[in-house]
Design a protein around this ligand. Structure first.
Ligand SMILES: C[S@@+](CC[C@H](N)C(=O)[O-])C[C@H]1O[C@@H](n2cnc3c(N)ncnc32)[C@H](O)[C@@H]1O
Length: 427
């Protein structure tokens, strides 16, 4: 056991201190605290007692705190959490080489509004556990939750009961819940295929609880999905678009978080006329495509075939052309990009990879980048910095309360007029 001064939070939200020239991570400790810890591994220690507490420390509101892996930062005041997320993003952009990083517009989602959850399922001797996984451990039964929408939490007990009767669920499984405009859309993953009796039970369950669709996929992460029951249409609204998303589709975590992202993207657009082309990369089912189509002609690119098909089906009558294209194997070339007035991209966690090089080389004036990973943002933003772009607008969004996840919308520009207007003192 030894004493440690916590000087910062690491990228995963663990307290970070230095001991005998080594950096040690302490889950549960906050910057400014002096703590007593016990070493668990060369780089990690367990918090044993707090000798001096941070003024930002609060009593975690959820009784599952400490067991459930979902809200590891619930001991931190929410405003301090948002400040930490904003600092991380600003530091990431400085690290990428930007000398001027504007103060971000900040947004934090409300409690109990999460509409998308990936839960673990585990059969136990006296029933079925459904919940978020412990850090590096099994799922913890989600008997209550301070982040998930109450509609989702209310469904968990009936799901435990029906799951405990399924032949396909002999051990562990996964459940993805997307709360769409039309109701909960469920995707169950198990190692074994559902039996005929499982299918009948889940169809009954769908009818009884007004669940529009329940689908199944193999735990082997196969892309193949099977609809077990569909009792009503499945839709989601993205601005002027009504899309029927495929089961398990990507959806922004909260409705307010989605709106904050959309508003930040629209704010980043240059003045457009009707003929101007907006190239949108990593479009998913159209979260941004719908609102963008009210501003210009959108060419939307998405790698997932099911998502691109759903978006294409919804595009009729709107200024949208959807393309199913893998942007790692076949990135848009600099010449293709140069046809647009602006590029909007919302890449996956790993960042934009080779696609970013072509964007940087295209010399397009304005780029709006939506990021869900500050580390990937550093790498991608560095290429844009080297290519001469500056930051016009920055928004930081916390839609994963009490976790280390953070979303960012950055508008990069080379348009001297826009930049002069934004930074008149520098002109
Ligand atoms: C963060 S999501 C954003 C989706 C959408 N913009 C939204 O807000 O709902 C990233 C998207 O990138 C897509 N994607 C991942 N890898 C890709 C690739 N190599 N090529 C094209 N799209 C890809 C995913 O299928 C997913 O829809």
């Amino acid at each position: 056991m030894f004493e440690l001064s916590i000087v910062a939070l690491g990228a995963d939200g663990d307290g970070l201190g230095h001991h005998q020239n080594e950096t040690i991570f302490v889950p549960g400790a906050l910057p400014g605290e002096i703590v007593e810890v016990e070493r668990q591994s060369p780089r990690a220690a367990a918090l044993r007692s707090i000798l001096h507490a941070s003024p930002a420390r609060v009593v975690p509101p959820c009784p599952l705190f400490g067991a459930c892996g979902g809200c590891t930062l619930q001991m931190l005041r929410l405003d301090a959490l948002l400040d930490w997320k904003a600092d991380r993003v600003q530091q990431a952009l400085s690290e990428a080489g930007f000398i001027v990083v504007p103060e971000p517009v900040l947004f934090q989602t409300a409690e109990r509004t999460r509409r998308r959850l990936d839960l673990g399922i585990q059969r136990v001797p006296n029933g079925m556990v459904i919940g978020l996984h412990q850090r590096h451990g099994p799922p913890v039964d989600m008997t209550t939750c301070h982040v998930a929408s109450p509609e989702i939490v209310a469904l968990l007990e009936p799901l435990r009961l029906v799951f405990s009767t399924l032949g396909a669920l002999t051990g562990v499984g996964d459940l993805q819940i997307n709360l769409l405009a039309t109701g909960p859309d469920l995707l169950l993953r198990t190692a074994n295929e559902p039996t005929a009796s499982d299918r009948a039970k889940l169809a009954d369950f769908a009818r009884k609880h007004s669940i529009p669709r329940i689908s199944w996929a193999s735990s082997a992460r196969s892309p193949q999905r099977e609809t077990l029951a569909q009792i009503a249409p499945v839709n989601q609204i993205f601005g002027p678009l009504t899309v029927s998303p495929p089961t398990g589709a990507f959806l922004q975590a909260t409705p307010e978080g989605e709106n904050a992202i959309v508003q930040a993207v629209l704010r980043g657009l240059p003045t457009l006329n009707k003929r101007d082309i907006i190239i949108e990369l990593y479009a998913g089912c159209g979260t941004l495509t719908g609102p963008l189509s009210q501003k210009g002609k959108v060419q939307a690119y998405e790698g997932d075939t099911a998502a691109a098909t759903a978006l294409r089906k919804a595009q009729a009558g709107h200024r949208i052309d959807t393309f199913n294209r893998d942007l790692v194997r076949q990135p848009l070339s600099a010449q293709e990009i140069a046809k647009a007035r602006v590029v909007v991209l919302d890449p996956p966690y790993s960042g934009a990879g080779p696609q970013l090089d072509a964007i940087a080389a295209s010399d397009i004036a304005d780029i709006i980048y939506v990021s869900c990973n500050p580390k990937a943002l550093v790498k991608d933003a560095r290429s844009l910095n080297k290519a001469g772009y500056e930051i016009l607008d920055l928004t930081v969004i916390d839609q994963f309360l009490w976790s280390s996840e953070v979303e960012t919308v950055v508008t990069f520009s080379k348009d001297r007029k826009r930049l002069r207007k934004r930074y008149p003192a520098a002109a």
